[in-house]
Structures are given as structure tokens and as C-alpha cells.
Design a protein around this ligand. Sequence first.
Ligand SMILES: Cc1cc2nc3c(=O)[nH]c(=O)nc-3n(C[C@H](O)[C@H](O)[C@H](O)COP(=O)(O)O)c2cc1C
Length: 335
Amino acid sequence: MHRREFIVRGAAAGAGAIALSRCGGSSPGTPTSAAAAAVPGSSLNAIPGHMDTRFTRLVGCRLPIQNAGMGGVGSAELAVAVARAGGLGMVPSNIEAPQGEGVVGVNFLVPDGYDLDAIAAAAKTARVVEFFYAGPEREPVTAAHDAGALVSWQVGSRDEARAAVDAGCDLIVAQGIEAGGHVRGKERLDVLLPQVRKVVGETPVVAAGGIATAERVAALMQAGADAVRVGTRFVVAPECDAHPGYVKALLAARGAQDTALTEQFNEGWPNAPHRVLASALRAAKKKGWHRVTPPSSRVAGPVDFMALYAGEGVGDVRRVEPAADIVKDLMRLLA
Ligand SMILES: Cc1cc2nc3c(=O)[nH]c(=O)nc-3n(C[C@H](O)[C@H](O)[C@H](O)COP(=O)(O)O)c2cc1C
């Protein structure tokens, strides 16, 4: 076993280049599915812009980043753009995984049960099938594995992370309370990440929640993450299907103080805290609006009272820019 290193450029103020040791040994996780065993890991080092982490080795993409598969506003175009840029491009489960250049995955929200046929169908074409919002269970994991995909589960606690590994997951997403959208845990990412890292062994860990700058990406990679998962910053990419009013509201937000964790948008999905823009929460309370779905570009009329999901990093979401540029910017301190 040998230790891998990669370089973080200027990650700390005034620092020229920081050598970043990977946490623990660096053998590439232990893939549990047939798909995992097929990753051409060694040849990836030759690809320009490739960064070697447990995540990139296992998934087979060049860069340690994925977009969140965002129900209601995610799109095939966004997944393709992220995948082409070198990351893992994700779609929500109502959209078929786009085929072509790059590595793509499908996200299933499973707060109260799952459709094994849909999971198996997605797993036939997607490299990664991923679950969120329920305690990890073996049955959907096995269904996705049997159909040939890697399986990931987004968790909010150390116990859930352990359960995800026990259920057979190949990847774990550790989601901090800073995250936009539905929030599973109660810990901040800096507290949760080392806890998760400790209990999952060599399983790749993806850090999520409030990540919107290259500096934050570099710090999390240094703290033991194998990749990052970003939602809010990609909502403003033109490839995303978010309503222009939603994009405008995100760009106007100043930071964490303009977000709120609430259970207001709970129609059909109770007892599930979610982080939104505080302005949307105020407007929704006035109007009595509770729908869960964020506004897509097809929604007519004002959207200021709708579920405008936003993470605490929203203050660093400053302009509309192509998803590829967002990937490039977030990865710029890693080499
Ligand atoms: C608009 C939006 C929709 C989301 N929808 C989903 C979803 O369908 N499935 C899921 O697993 N997570 C969803 N999330 C949460 C993300 O998986 C992730 O935890 C979060 O985006 C990370 O925080 P950030 O938004 O601050 O980057 C959503 C997040 C946002 C912002």
C-alpha cells in the first residue's frame, strides 16, 4: 500500500503549493459490484486534468466532483455538461441517464420506499445509482448492483454512514447541515466528515453542503474527502432547468444568513427539514404555500414563495456561468 498525494495550489492564504496527503491508505476502495471491478483505473492518470482519488478511480471520471441530482430543476443537459467537464454528472430519477461522453449517475429520493424495477432500469445505463432520505437499506443497493451500477447513499450521520457501508454501498455522501434542499443530519460538515471518514474504511467519501468555492473544496479534500458534491452553485448554470426567478433570487442572496432550515415545504413529504432562501420562507408563510418542488423554467408567474432551495454557500454564487466553468473554478486549486 502506498500513499498518494496531490497538490492544492494556494489553498491557504499566501501558500504557494500545499502537498495534500490522502487520508489512510490509498488502495481504491473495495468495489462490491461487477461494474466497479471494470473501472480502468490505471489508464486514467494519463488523461489531462485528471486527479487521482478513491472517488475518481472507482467511478472512472477525471475530477472529484459531482453535481447533485436535483429533483424539479436538474436536467440531462446539466449532467452532460458536468460529465464532459470531467465530473460525475447526475440526473434526478425522472430523467433517463444521458448516454455519451463522460460518466453519469441517477439520483433516487426514497423517503418512503422505492421502486426496484425503476432502480434496476436506471442501473443498466448509469455508472452510479444513488439514494437519499431514508436509512440505508440493502434491497435497493442489491437491485442496483445486480443491474451493474455502483451505489451511493447520501447520509447525515456517522451511524447512517456505517449502515450504508453495511448495506453494501460503494460510495458515501456525507451531507452537512449547510446543504441546500432536504437535509438529513444535524452536524456541520467539518464535524461530520471526519466522523464518517473514520467509520467507512476505504469507501470513498463525498463531502456535501454549502460548497461553492475552490478554497472550500481544497479544505475538504485536505480534511479527508475524496470528492465534493455541489447543488446550489449549479442551479444557476444555464444547463440547469431552474426558473429565472429562482436564479435571480439565488444571485441576490448574501450568504448563510439569507437561508433558513425549515419544514414549511412539506406537502406529501412531512418531517423532513430543508434549507431554502429565507425570503422564500417568509413569502410562503404569508401565502400558505407548502409544495416541495422547486420552480423549473416551465412554471408560469412569480416564484418567490416557492421552495427555493439554497445552501449556506449561496453568497458565493455570484453569476450565471456554464456548468463546465463552475467545475473548472471549483477544481482550480487541485492538481
Ligand atoms: C435545488 C435542489 C434540489 C435538490 N434535490 C435533491 C434531490 O432530488 N436528491 C438528493 O439526493 N438531493 C437533493 N438536493 C440536496 C443535494 O443532494 C445536496 O446535499 C446539496 O445540494 C448540497 O448542498 P449545496 O446545495 O449547498 O451545494 C437538492 C439540493 C438543491 C439545492
